[in-house]
Design a protein around this ligand. Sequence first.
Ligand code: ADP
Ligand code: ASP
Ligand code: MG
Length: 455
Amino acid sequence: MIVLKFGGTSVGSAQRIRSVAHLIAAVDGRKIITLSAMSGTTDTLVHIASKIREGKWLEAEELVTTLQTRYHNVIDELFEEEALRLEVKAVLAPVFEQLLSQTHNEAFTQNDEKFILSRGEIMSTSLMAFTLRRYEGVEAVHLDALSFMRINHAGEPDPAYIKEHITPLLEVDKGEDTLFLTEGYICINAFGEIDNLRRGGSDYTATLIGEATDAQEIQIWTDIDGLHNNDPRIVNVTSPVRRLHFGEAAELAHFGAKILHPACIEPARRANIPVRLLYTLDPLAPGTRISCETSKDMVKAVSAKDGISLLTLRRHLRIDGGLSMTEYISSISELLSKYNIVTDLISIMGDSYLIAVEESPEVALFCEEVSKWAEVLYQKNMTILAVVGDMGWERMGFEVRILEAVDDIPIRMISYGSSNYSLVLVVSSEDKRRAMLALSDHLFSNLNWQSPELA
Ligand code: ADP
Ligand code: ASP
Ligand code: MG
């Protein structure tokens, strides 16, 4: 089995849907195709939900109508036959009715919102099934993601459930070349309600399916020729990295490389299934291969994660001693978990803590409560920069070279040594771009520091 995932841009227009249909029909063997919503759709659905929440019902309605017009235009461009156009529009009509029926919902809940967000993948999957039938003569077997993709009470995927529920669905068609088609991103939660794997979650769907079906390979098809050595949205000159270790890719994903969902490497790594990042517009380009092999002793790429706050806690000095050090450490951990604070980095030095967290409304509540034990400095608008490669502590020189690159940028925190794959810096978000350019200049302008395949 091979799992192929196509992102929003890859299915973002009639023309793209047709070329993806052509591409997947040519893949030999059993395969599971998982699709994102057409580009822009989930953003529009998020927008619709926020208008409903604000009580701006007419604006929400207008957004639904505009979205429907976009889909009708795509259908008209995809299919020449009027009868087929009408049939496809009729299949999508209930989705727009459902969306419209929500636009005047006075008691709009989070569940209603998640229902709205789930509609994009349902539509793209339908459009692809019709396209495969009409142009490739292929009858895709639909796997309803809501019948096997599940998250638990903690909001994390439940691999055992996924495997147990997808396996019998694959037995239904034992053909050698069967093409299964399923929705990315969407799932059910522990209460049986529609939910999602968070933004960009179709990558996660693909790797979870790969793990559940013991696939030979997971292919993530997107709008760029692989994972680049820096963020191409920020740095002009970047180049694709040909090989990455699971650990390297996981750190890049976790620390902001948008090409991969932050958690999507874990299932592939657990099951040791190679992941390939491939370019829909140039299917023959080699892309990036992520596996347990890697090019040794090299810095491979830089990524950045915004929306970080830095908390410095200095413990109050008390004559009566107060909490013991162990009690102090465990109280802070409990408090972080009480407020559901997503913690990216922690450094403890004596009585002082430095914690990099994802910004959220709860961070202020945490700071208020922790102030009974410690003086708190709360700094917002920080960015984590991850410099990733195969650079274990026993191989010297990497740290120096990385820090030299940013010698004129104020660094608020450095983390190195807990992983063999990264050196992580925290800088003010204002300095992010300058730091990323400097890192690229310093680390990647000399080909010896890049993948040998590029040299
Ligand atoms: P998809 O819709 O296919 O899931 P995404 O937009 O989620 O695509 O991810 C691809 C985008 O990620 C690229 O177009 C690029 O702008 C961005 N990106 C950020 N960092 C990197 C990187 N290091 N390498 C490649 N792309 C990156
Ligand atoms: N459609 C979802 C999003 O835009 C999931 C994905 O694209 O992977 O976030
Ligand atoms: Mg994506």
